[in-house]
Structures are given as C-alpha cells and as structure tokens.
Design a protein. Structure first.
Length: 366
C-alpha cells in the first residue's frame, strides 16, 4: 500500500507549483470566453489537473536507481491479451461457482493490480462525460490514449533516463484502463445528480460575465504589466534602453491601440473588457485615461531615480521638492488604486475621462 502512497504524496507537493503556473492562462481563458470564473468550475478544473498528476505519477513512481534498472533481465513487454486473467486464476483461490472465494481473491496481488488499473482511469471517464461532455465513443478512445501514454512512457524508460524500461508494457493494462474510463462514463450520472450540469455552469458564468468584476480588472492589469515587462526584456536584448523601450511600448500598445480599439489594451482584449462613456464616448477620453496612468504614474520610480541623479548637477532643494511632490501623488494614487478594489471608487483621472469598464460578454454568447 505504501507504494501507492508515494505518488500521492509527490503529487500533493508538485500540484501547487503546477496550479500556480496554470492560474494565469486559466484565468485568461475563462475571462475571455465567459467573463467570469465561478468557484465550482475552478474546483472541477483544478481537481481534474490534480487527478491527472496523480494518474501519471502512479504509473511512474517510485523511481528505482539507475544501477538497479541496468541489472534487470526481465521482459519489457507482455503483448498477450488477457494474460492477467490466467495469472489471476492460477495465483488466487478464485473459483467462479464458490462465492466464498471472491473476497480472498480480491486481496491477492494479481487481482489488486487489475482493480487498480480499472480504478486509475475511472475518474477520467467521469470527468469526460460530466464536464467535457464527451460521447461514449470519445470516452473509450481518450481512455485508451491515456492508457497508451502511460505504457509508452514506461516503454521509453522514462524518456531515456534509464538504460531500459523498469516497468512492464502490458496490453492488459490498456484493456483494464480503457475499461475503467468506460465504467466511469457509465456511472457518471450518479455523481452528476449532486452537481450542476455543464450547461448550468456555463449559464452562471455568462451571467456573471456581463458585469466587469474587480478580479477581472485586476487580471487585465496583471496581463498588461507582464506584457510590458516581457517586451521590454526582449527589446533590451537588441540594446534598446529600458526607458526608451517602455516609451515605445506605451505609445503603441497603451495609447495608440486603445485609441483605435474602443479603449482596449492587450489585457482588456484578452479579458474582453472595454472602456465606454455612458453619455457617448469620444476618442480623446481614452488619452485622458491612459496617459496619466502609463506615462506619469507607473514610471514614477524611474522619475525618482532621475531626480536623485539631478541633485548632483542642479539645485538639490528643487530636486527634493520634485521628489516629495511625486511621492505624494504616487502614494495617494496607490491608496486610491487599492480602495478601488474594495469600493466603487474611481481613479482620479477617470473622473475627468468619464469612462467606465464594460463587459463585451453578452447573453447571445450563451
């Protein structure tokens, strides 16, 4: 039993890192398609990811030493279908017409391995039918392909890390894994009774997505920030200074693009948010919104640095006065930015632009 606990323990350690890496792409996809991220949908998706991590680790772990694998002389493949059935009959007390032998048979290693292979892909069939809405034919096909990926990874000696396979490639594993996924598909309606349907989940997501939530705006801002940093680093490799590359990026993607694209930046495009004035939007309003944010507020630390350098060349009192003014503006703007996530407070420049965030997700998307 401890052999099965090792993969589970490793999966519990690895899962948070994988979930962290997938959170931003997942959020972008959900906001772009639905405009919201319902908690139940997220639990289902990340539970599926956790299950898949466990499933693969179950077929690979624990890892033996390379030296012990190099000494192995056992076969690497068993291509006879239903070979495990004969092994069960030979190594267990099973007698088909004597029910008293059934329980002892279940406790035998050969039978436990077969049951494990069935149970391994049972949840896969449930997920495919309930959330991914696959047909029986697709479920059988995908269950077979999942099992085949297990066996091929084993046959590849864990992608060539080992001198030879340390686990047996068995046709019976393909059969039992595919059977497990099929059984999961068949029994799925029993689980689905306790959960809302996929259609219901989509309807809830679309309904929430018609409004721009604060987390949605936050993710749009994070996407914009990451985009700026990545492009600046790329331009730095061709020897363009950071301050020049920042100015180029802002002018193209955060002034020119919003000016032509209904106030949308890269982040707003991906999360399907736009800026509009309820009284009628004018192009110049986008400039009022973005120029203070990206050319004055965000580069404030750079301006601090430049003023500090200037203290050695011109009147220090004048430079320090500019730094204090910048600090006050930056601090007040930061406080207002934080408050905007907990209340209906607008940023100070939005009071002059009269723009509000609107969702591009509509009921006809459903």
């Amino acid at each position: 039993m401890s052999v099965y606990l090792i993969p589970i323990q490793v999966a519990m350690i690895v899962f948070p890192f994988i979930a962290f890496c997938l959170t931003l792409p997942y959020a972008i996809y959900q906001y772009h398609k639905y405009g919201s991220i319902p908690i139940l949908r997220s639990l289902i998706i990340f539970s599926f990811i956790y299950y898949m991590i466990n499933a693969y680790f179950m077929t690979m772990l624990p890892l033996p030493s390379i030296e012990s694998v190099a000494k192995m002389t056992s076969p690497i493949m068993e291509l006879r279908p239903f070979h495990s059935v004969g092994e069960i009959i030979q190594t267990t007390p099973f007698i088909w017409n004597q029910p008293s032998t059934y329980i002892p048979t279940l406790k035998q290693p050969a039978m436990m391995v077969t049951l494990f292979n069935i149970l391994l892909t049972f949840p896969f069939g449930v997920y495919l039918r309930y959330y991914f809405q696959c047909s029986l034919k697709k479920t059988i096909l995908f269950s077979f392909l999942l099992s085949l990926s297990f066996e091929l990874i084993q046959l590849s000696a864990l992608f060539g890390i080992y001198p030879r396979p340390y686990r047996l490639f068995e046709v019976d594993d393909l059969i039992t894994n595919t059977l497990g996924g099929t059984l999961g598909y068949a029994i799925c309606p029993l689980f689905a009774k306790f959960l809302p349907s996929r259609e219901k989940l989509d309807a809830i997501a679309y309904e929430k997505g018609q409004k721009v939530s604060k987390p949605r705006k936050f993710f749009a801002f994070i996407i914009d920030a990451l985009f700026i940093v990545i492009i600046m680093l790329m331009l730095h490799f061709i020897n363009i200074p950071y301050h020049i590359s920042y100015f180029i990026i802002i002018c193209i993607f955060y002034i020119l693009l919003p000016f032509c694209k209904h106030g949308q930046t890269i982040g707003k495009l991906l999360t399907r948010i736009a800026l509009e004035d309820p009284a009628g939007t004018k192009k110049y309003q986008y400039l009022i919104h973005y120029i203070p944010l990206y050319l004055f507020i965000l580069p404030t630390p750079y301006y601090f640095y430049q003023l500090l350098l200037l203290t050695k060349q011109i009147n220090p009192i004048l430079c320090y006065s500019g730094i204090i003014i910048l600090l006050i503006i930056f601090f007040l703007t930061l406080c207002q930015f934080i408050l905007s996530f907990f209340s209906s407070t607008k940023m100070w420049f939005d009071y002059y632009s009269h723009l509000t965030h609107v969702s591009l997700i509509h009921k006809d998307n459903n």
